[in-house]
Design a protein around this ligand. Structure first.
Ligand code: 4AZ
Length: 248
C-alpha cells in the first residue's frame, strides 16, 4: 500500500495472506486474500501465475499484523483447493478472481476469533458507495520503499467507470472497479504484494456493523502514478460463481 498508515492490530479481521510453504522461500508473501467464510478466502487468479496452482506450494495466514511477531490469534492453514475463475486467462486481467479453501484437518476450517472474522459479500450487482465513502484497501505489499512488515490501510475513493476507461481503454471491463485517491490527493494506491487482498467499504446504513468486500486488488499501470488508478475485481459481478464454488 502506498500512502497508507499502520492499521490497528485485529482491525481488519478478514485480511489473510497467501504465503509460500516449505522450500527456501518459506513464508514469502504471494498475495493478500479475504476470509469470506470459515473455509474459504477470496483472492486474485493472477496470484497463481508465478508458482502455479499446486496447493502444496502455499499456506494461508490469518490474524496477522506484524509479519515477524506472533499475534495472539494468528494461525496458518494448509490449502486444500484452489479454484481459479474459469474465464480467467493469464494474458489478460479480466475475471481475475480465485477461491482458496483452507483446512485444519479433520474437517475443520479456520477458528474464528476477535481478530479472525469473515467480511460480508456484496449482493449480486450491488454498487460500492461512490466517491469518498468509507472504503479502505489493506495489505503488506510495497509501500514505495519496501514491503511492509505491518498491515497497512489506506482510505480510497471509488472512481467512475469513465475515469478508468479513459486510462485503460478496452482493458477495463465490466468485471472491474476503479479506485484511487481523490483528485486533491494522489498519494494512495495498492501495489505489488497487495494484490488478491480486499477493498472493503462499510455498508451504508449498517452503522459500522458490516464491512463488505466490494473489490479484490488486481492490477494497474504501476503504483501511484498520476491518472493511473488501481483496478479491482468487481466482486458483485461474481456472486453466483462464489456461491456455487463455496456451496453457500
Ligand atoms: C501488482 O503488481 C499491482 N496500483 C497491484 C496493484 C496495482 C498495481 C500493481 C494497482 O500486484
Amino acid at each position: 500500500i502506498i500512502g497508507g498508515e499502520n492499521s490497528l492490530r485485529g482491525g481488519w479481521p478478514w485480511q489473510a495472506a497467501i504465503r509460500i510453504r516449505g522450500s527456501q522461500a518459506d513464508g514469502r508473501l504471494v498475495c493478500g486474500a479475504t476470509l469470506i467464510t470459515s473455509c474459504w478466502v477470496l483472492t486474485a487468479a493472477h496470484c497463481f501465475k508465478r508458482y502455479g496452482n499446486n496447493t502444496k506450494m502455499y499456506k494461508v495466514r490469518v490474524g496477522d499484523y506484524h509479519t515477524l511477531v506472533p499475534e495472539e490469534f494468528e494461525e496458518e492453514y494448509a490449502v486444500e483447493e484452489i479454484v481459479l475463475h474459469g474465464l480467467y486467462r493469464s494474458h489478460s486481467n479480466d475475471y481475475d478472481l480465485a477461491l482458496v479453501r483452507v483446512s485444519a484437518g479433520k474437517g475443520q476450517c479456520v477458528t474464528l476469533s476477535r481478530s479472525v472474522l469473515p467480511a460480508c459479500l456484496p449482493f449480486r450487482r450491488e454498487r460500492a458507495p461512490k466517491g469518498t465513502g468509507n472504503c479502505y484497501i489493506t495489505g503488506w505489499g510495497d509501500t514505495g520503499r519496501a514491503y511492509s512488515k505491518t498491515l497497512q490501510q489506506a482510505s480510497i475513493s471509488m472512481l467512475s467507470k469513465r475515469q478508468c476507461e479513459r486510462r485503460y481503454a478496452d482493458q477495463f471491463t465490466g468485471r472491474m472497479l476503479c479506485a484511487g485517491a481523490a483528485f486533491d490527493d494522489r498519494r494512495v494506491d495498492s501495489c505489488r504484494g497487495d494484490s488478491g487482498g480486499p477493498l472493503v467499504c462499510e455498508r451504508p446504513g449498517s452503522g459500522g456493523d458490516s464491512w463488505v468486500v466490494y473489490g479484490v486488488t488486481s492490477w494497474g499501470h504501476a503504483c501511484r502514478l498520476q491518472d493511473s488508478p488501481g483496478v479491482y475485481t468487481k466482486v458483485s459481478a461474481f456472486i453466483p460463481w462464489i456461491k456455487k464454488v463455496t456451496g453457500q
